[in-house]
Design a binder for this molecule. Sequence first.
Ligand code: PMP
Length: 436
Amino acid sequence: FLQNYYDAHPKSLAMYEKAKEILPLGVTSNIRANKPFPFFVEKAGGSKVWDIDGNEYIDCQCSFGPTMIGHNHPVLSKAVIEQIGKGVDYAIPYENERVVAELLRERYPFMDMVRFSCSGTEGTMHALRVARAYTAKDKIIKLEGGFHGAHDSVLWSIHPDVAQAGPADAPTSVCMSAGVPSCLADTVITVPFNDIEALERAIAANKGQIAAFILEPIMANSTVILPKENYLDKVRAITTRENIVLIFDEVICGARVSYHGAAGKVGVTPDLVVVSKAIGGGYPISAFGGKREIMQHIEVDTEHCGTFGGNPLSICAAKTVLGKILTKEATESLIKKADKTFEEMKGMLKKAGVTSRLKHIGAMGSINFGITEVNNYRDMAKQDSDMWFKFYISMLNRGVIMQGGDATETIFFSLQHTDEDFEKILTAFKATVETL
Ligand code: PMP
């Protein structure tokens, strides 16, 4: 399967070698340096991506989530082109910022106040800052296996080496990057997902010092992991009791799992939520918001700024995506197709006798090979990554980008995946799993 990949991508390999001379790893985001080497894109449109070697792919990576409406959606492109004619950057207030904030509040009624930035990283960074300001406390709790972007406060225990990360029910916070100040280690407490006792112990050991608990309510960065029944209700009760700001990072799961986001889907209201990716349809935007009394710190003593925050192109994109394209009906219709496709895949895995776990919710899902149950990061880490790699490359060889090029990533479907695309994906999937 690897030789087929090499044979189909000679130009990409050459371009990769050239890129490496000037771009570290040959890429602009470390996660894109896929093994054995990444293919290079010529263009994308609708549900498809074409590479410089002339290969066509059905795209289920969806740029790690943002292109949930597909590539170059005609309604979005028209709106953005019109906006270009009115200017691409003002850094002066204008009406659409408020309009998009109101569109978000329709989906997340607890969003009393909202601010915009350009990336998920900025969103979680600012949400954590405002939570620290509100509580006048420094420490935060995050999940083992939880990813919240590339800033120093959260580059901890994302995918740590389990052997180095201490006991499963009381993991140590493992720094995932050189260059992060080691003095931050004391400020990041790591807990396993779906374990209330571990959370209680972590809070007791840091009594009165925790500003925030940040988590994806539906994990999508250690493959898809769902919260156990009542886990999030208990998290809500405990964080309220302890004056800990509960932050839902819905950068990925937000628009993907329901019109009212993950908070709506699970029926638990956080204090703050961070949304991004799908709401911009591919344009760079994030928003964080929630309780007025927390957000109001920005009016008093807490910094939130950014030259490109709320830029007219991203805001125009979000207004169009939220207001016109990713409607309730469109979201529900996509989720129905995703459910059907994932269930058919499940059946194929079973029929082929492949030990695996396929979990899906909304328009996203993931497959773990070699294991059957995953409730937290450590369960996921036991998966057979070699088999996943064979699966991933074999799907590429059959014209489907199944997900980002790592076994921890997630499969995404878009509004522009046609019935024919879903059929082609399933045909490629069946042929692939039969070879595993
Ligand atoms: N939070 C979550 C849950 C994410 O998945 C990501 C990115 N994959 C981020 C935050 C960071 O977003 P960005 O890459 O836009 O900075």
